[in-house]
Ligand binder design. Structure first.
Ligand SMILES: *Cc1c(COP(=O)(O)O)cnc(C)c1O
Length: 305
């Protein structure tokens, strides 16, 4: 069977690359059918589980991961339940329901929703974790496969980090394409700096809370694998402010007419503020991870932060 994700465009961006010596390429995963790169890992995980006899899926994410599970369930003709906390926006619930999934509102935070999802999983549904699952990482790794297949040999990868699933997948993709020396700039907003915190402490610790509009980066603690990679792969940690992340969103919208969440705008912003990473590098690829949690109205509201 074909994959549930699409092969997304890889375009050179003179505009985003203005001011840095490298050539800057954008891998436009905002164009995935469910709006983010999550289609890759979640789609892959769901397909493998179906091959192994799964008959239903459950997710604990009211964000892009939950939407990707709902999308995958629809494509694979398998029922999906998404457990989301009370704080989840009506718009997110509508998007998940539009994919045909059942939304169950439970608890005040992600941990409570996740615990409920784990209970459902005990009754036979397969739980798809939003970031901490090797199957997910293998699927995310296809983003690097596609870059290499296009004929480009990147000398640096810029990506956003929430729980670190995309980071783990990108590194897996680099390794399986013989690019183990290609460094990764791991970008977060300051108020969602769980990777930055573990990175500077050289200890697998988390943060006590999320204080950022980049809600898709809001994991209190990154996956253990993401932490372990610090010692195994050239990775630099970089944070931007919420304001810079929003400016990144605006810049992408103005220059390329693509609208993304601040979680993704952070990586666009990092091209400017993380320029030291690009010194002496020819071609760098920014993974435009996307996200559906944005509208022109939200973007306008965020101008005042
Ligand atoms: C999930 C997500 C992230 C963070 O990905 P992780 O795999 O959790 O690190 C970043 N941006 C967007 C738009 C996302 O959906």
């Amino acid at each position: 069977m074909s994959t549930l994700h699409i092969n997304t465009p890889l375009i050179e961006s003179l505009a985003i690359g203005r001011g840095v010596s490298s050539r800057v390429w954008l891998k436009l995963d905002a164009l995935q059918p469910c709006g983010s790169f999550k289609a890759r890992g979640v789609g892959h995980a769901c397909q493998v589980h179906i091959d192994n006899g799964a008959t239903s899926f459950v997710s604990s994410s009211g964000g892009n991961a939950g939407l990707a599970v709902a999308y995958s369930g629809r494509r694979l003709d398998v029922p999906v339940t998404v457990v989301v906390p009370l704080s989840t926006k009506k718009r997110a619930i509508n998007l998940i329901e539009a994919e045909g999934a059942e939304v169950l509102v439970h608890g005040h935070d992600w941990a409570a929703a996740h615990a409920q999802a784990q209970l459902l999983a005990r009754c036979g549904a397969v739980l798809i974790h939003p970031f901490d699952d090797p199957l997910l990482w293998s699927g995310h790794a296809t983003v690097i496969d596609e870059i290499v297949q296009s004929g480009l040999r990147p000398e640096g990868i810029v990506l956003s980090v929430g729980g670190g699933g995309l980071l783990c997948g990108a590194v897996e993709g680099l390794l399986r394409n013989g690019l183990s020396d290609v460094p990764v700039l791991a970008v977060e907003t300051e108020g969602a700096g769980s990777f930055a915190t573990a990175y500077s402490a050289r200890e697998h610790i988390g943060i006590s809370g999320i204080n950022s509009i980049a809600t898709s980066l809001g994991a209190n603690k990154v996956a253990e694998r993401a932490f372990d990679l610090i010692e195994q792969h050239p990775i630099s940690s970089h944070t931007v402010t919420d304001r810079e992340a929003v400016a990144g969103c605006n810049r992408l919208l103005e220059e390329h007419r693509v609208m993304v969440e601040p979680a993704c705008g952070a990586s666009i912003a990092a091209v400017e503020s993380g320029a030291a990473f690009f010194a002496d590098k020819q071609d760098i690829v920014v993974i435009v991870c996307g996200g559906v949690g944005v509208t022109s109205q939200l973007l306008a509201e965020w101008q005042s932060i």
